[in-house]
Design a protein. Structure first.
Ligand code: ATP
Ligand code: MG
Length: 480
């Protein structure tokens, strides 16, 4: 027998246990309610997609695609000649899923590796079987929109999703490898600024409803395919002039992902960045107009925001409107939501031309952390009734009344084995029950129940109908 060992959750992942899980459910449920009141509907997407989808949608030069993806091969060719090779590849890739490893294997002249390895590797690559745990859900939403011809549906499609995302990042407060997002997307023929403003309104309505305090909305416009390239070129030229004053990351990004330099948090780069040309002065007339109208739409909704010309976001697909919301209590990981417009993405992923899109993703982990830090957690409904039954004759009545209480939408705990009276009430108390329903042989014989409110020990003897009415009245009273 092998030695006994305990297993632990993988670094960067975590278990969300009760009672915390109730807070998560409440947050997600509130998001559903708010989003549905704006006409958004749930879309449930696969957790993994082709790696190439993310590479194309999010952008090969982004942090996400460049270094944060969890990729793997699902399936190897069914050709028997490749079986051993596949096993070998699989083991190697499990250790390091980077393409580099395959190449290294292919290129090595290891006599153990038959020459067919390169064929196998090529086949694996060709057949597009490299899969990735989704690092975000916009790519999948757009893939689904195209795959199901949703552009033929009337009007704009308003979708929301809730679920886990995966990024290989250094775990720290507010940053996990499996984290959760609640997001929304609007896809369709219109890019009216009113859409941008409405999803921002919806987002802030949710934050308001869940008591997320001290939020700050930042907005920017990063132009479109007509005006951004010229701006990026200008920026690149200016950055090359100051290259030797920049850190290694920014130096590299000048060539690979120029706009991202603006995102730098390095203190010594700040005075340099502040002097760089700003996109707002280089927007084309159509983008400038869109941004101006967005601000009018926001004013109409009394939405408070701050313009931040350096808000470029890490993903390649954004055009025009970008935004971010920060919240209190999160330290340096203070962004609880990011989003923006992605008008060209549908076409770029092989869909019909002319489809516009905008969306956001809220980081649920951080949102909940911030609400907790702010002490704004709601008192969530706990156990309603603990059924303290005693005596074998009382048990059948206890089972039946538990069914009836539960059918009315209350929660009831029914001990599966008889307990001593004191112990029973003690447990009711520890479980935080609001009522104990005392059911002894006397009560069972007369079809009555003693209902004891645990907060003040008030108790009364009731028949079944009166008992259910009392619970109902109590529920209404505490809700009002
Ligand atoms: P950051 O700059 O914090 O890395 P990001 O730009 O990578 O964020 P987005 O891709 O815009 O983030 O995702 C939207 C939101 O998802 C973020 O604002 C954040 O709240 C949350 N988020 C992103 N990555 C993580 C993570 N690793 N752990 C927890 N939450 C995350
Ligand atoms: Mg990130």
């Amino acid at each position: 027998m092998s030695e006994k060992r305990q297993f632990k959750a993988i670094k960067g992942t975590r278990d969300i246990l009760p009672p915390d899980s109730a807070v998560w459910n409440w947050f997600e449920q509130t998001a559903r309610q708010v989003f549905e009141s704006y006409g958004f509907r749930d879309i449930r997407l696969p957790i993994f997609e082709e790696t190439e989808l993310f590479a194309r949608a999010v952008g090969a030069e982004t942090d996400i695609v460049g270094k944060e993806m969890f990729s793997f091969f699902s399936q190897f060719t069914s050709d028997e000649r490749f079986e051993d090779l596949e096993q070998r590849l699989h083991e190697e890739l499990a250790r390091d899923p980077g393409e580099e490893k395959i190449r290294a294997l292919v290129d090595s002249n290891d006599p153990q590796i038959p020459g067919t390895l390169s064929q196998a590797a090529a086949k694996v690559r060709r057949s597009g079987e490299s899969l990735t745990l989704r690092p975000e859900a916009t790519a999948g939403s757009v893939r689904a929109y195209i795959e199901h011809g949703m552009h033929t549906l009337p009007g704009n499609q308003k979708l929301y999703y809730i679920g886990p995302m995966f990024r290989r990042e250094r775990p720290q407060k507010g940053r996990y490898r499996q984290f959760y997002q609640v997001g929304a997307e609007v896809l369709g023929p219109s890019d009216a600024p009113g859409i941008d403003a409405e999803i921002l309104e919806m987002l802030l309505a949710l934050f308001n409803r869940v008591g997320l305090a001290n939020t700050k909305l930042y907005i920017n416009s990063i132009g479109c395919k007509d005006c951004r390239p010229a701006y990026v070129e200008l920026l690149r030229e200016e950055l090359r002039k100051v290259k030797d004053q920049l850190g290694a990351d920014s130096q590299r990004r000048i060539e690979t992902n120029t706009l991202r330099v603006l995102d730098s948090k390095l203190p010594e780069e700040q005075p340099i960045i502040e002097k760089l040309p700003r996109i707002s002065e280089h927007l084309c007339a159509a983008c400038r107009d869109h941004f101006e109208k967005l601000k009018i739409e926001l004013a109409l909704r009394e939405i408070v925001y701050e313009e931040n010309w350096r808000l470029v976001r890490g993903l390649d697909y954004y055009t025009r409107t970008t935004f971010e919301v920060t919240a209190a209590g999160l330290g340096s990981q203070n962004a609880v939501c990011g989003g923006g417009r992605y008008d060209g993405l549908v076409e770029m992923l092989g869909g019909p031309a002319g489809v516009k899109g905008i969306g956001f993703a809220i980081g649920t982990d951080r949102a909940i952390l911030s609400i907790q830090e702010g002490g704004n957690l709601p008192r969530l409904a706990g156990l309603d009734v603990f059924i303290a039954w005693m005596g074998a004759q009382a048990y059948p009545a206890a089972v039946r009344i538990a069914q009836k209480i539960r059918a009315r939408g209350f929660s009831a705990e029914l001990p599966p084995e008889e307990m001593k009276f004191r112990k029973s009430l003690g447990l009711a108390d520890k479980l935080g029950a609001r009522f104990a329903l005392i059911l002894g042989e006397d009560e069972a014989a007369t079809s009555t129940y003693t209902l004891k409110r645990l907060a003040d020990a008030h108790q009364e003897k009731l028949g079944e109908a009166a008992l259910l009415d009392t619970l109902e009245a109590e529920r209404k009273g505490t809700r009002a």
